[in-house]
Design a protein around this ligand. Structure first.
Ligand code: NDP
Length: 246
């Protein structure tokens, strides 16, 4: 038996980047996995196909985390398809890479809506169905705790909010043995954060290891937190950042 056999996981923003790697890793560890996405129908379908080809079970659901009805429907579809919900990974997120004074109100609203409000409403919807002993895992950021990356002021504030959401919620749901943890990546090569260009140079220089990390580095930590050996870890901010915050 694999570590997550008979478990069901829902990963928001699982069609690309870190979310796709998390979905594949949780499936490889035995979980049935639902992923959400907004636009990337083909990308989401290819993640599902890859999981199924490896012998796993997966579904893709179009669901924008800003749309409360779509969020509830995604949770319901997951439970309807796989019978239960054990693990929620709040991964969907965007960044606004701009000096704060140049950021528009529309951009500020969008980053708050997706990174904070989306995480709140998805977590509320999932808690309604989550089994005792479940796992809620946020994908925060190392900049939610310590800030050295230029042009990420509003984004880092949203990730700081996710850190405190994690800590507060961990106390409320502990009576159901549900753990709540915040995985905080450093620079990870994805569409959101390509490892090339000036912005990448400063991020790489901030790491102790002098390199970007991979999506699989983050997925490995998420899989551990989702697994049975992590049952005494809750309310924790777990950084996987190559030493950026060291
Ligand atoms: P990507 O931009 O590469 O992928 C984002 C994923 O989220 C896609 O699957 C996208 O699907 C989905 N998504 C975007 N908006 C929404 C939405 N409104 N509702 C549902 N799904 C959505 O990002 P990363 O993989 O780099 O980032 C994933 C998470 O990790 C984010 O929370 C980010 O803040 C965090 N992070 C990333 C770091 C990095 O260096 N890459 C560092 C620290 C944290 P679609 O294409 O269909 O919209």
């Amino acid at each position: 038996m694999s570590k997550l056999t008979n478990k069901v996981a829902l990963v928001t923003g699982g069609s690309r980047g870190i979310g796709a790697a998390i979905a594949k890793r949780l499936a490889a560890d035995g979980a049935s996995v639902a992923i959400t996405y907004t636009k990337g129908v083909d990308a989401a379908a290819s993640v599902v196909k890859e999981i199924e080809s490896a012998g796993g079970k997966a579904i893709a659901i179009q669901s924008d985390v800003v749309d409360v009805d779509a969020v509830k429907a995604a949770v319901e579809k997951t439970v309807e398809t796989f019978g239960q919900l054990d693990v929620l990974v709040n991964n969907a997120g965007i960044a606004i890479v701009k000096r704060f004074e140049e950021t528009t109100l529309e951009e500020i609203d969008r980053v708050i809506d997706i990174n904070i409000r989306g995480t709140f409403i998805m977590t509320q919807a999932a808690l309604k169905y989550m089994k005792d002993g479940g796992r809620i895992i946020m994908i925060g950021s190392c900049v939610g705790e310590r800030m050295m990356t230029p042009k990420l002021v509003s984004y880092s504030a949203t990730k700081g909010a996710i850190k405190m959401f994690t800590q507060g919620l961990s106390r409320e749901v502990a009576s159901r043995s549900i753990t709540v943890n915040n995985v905080q990546p450093g620079p990870i090569e994805t569409d959101l954060n390509p490892a090339t260009g000036d912005w990448a140079v400063s991020q790489k220089n901030n790491t102790a290891l002098n390199r970007y990390g991979s999506v699989d580095d983050v997925a490995a930590l998420v899989a551990f937190v989702a697994g049975p050996e992590a049952s005494y870890i809750t309310g924790a901010n777990l950084t996987v950042d190559g030493g950026t915050n060291a």
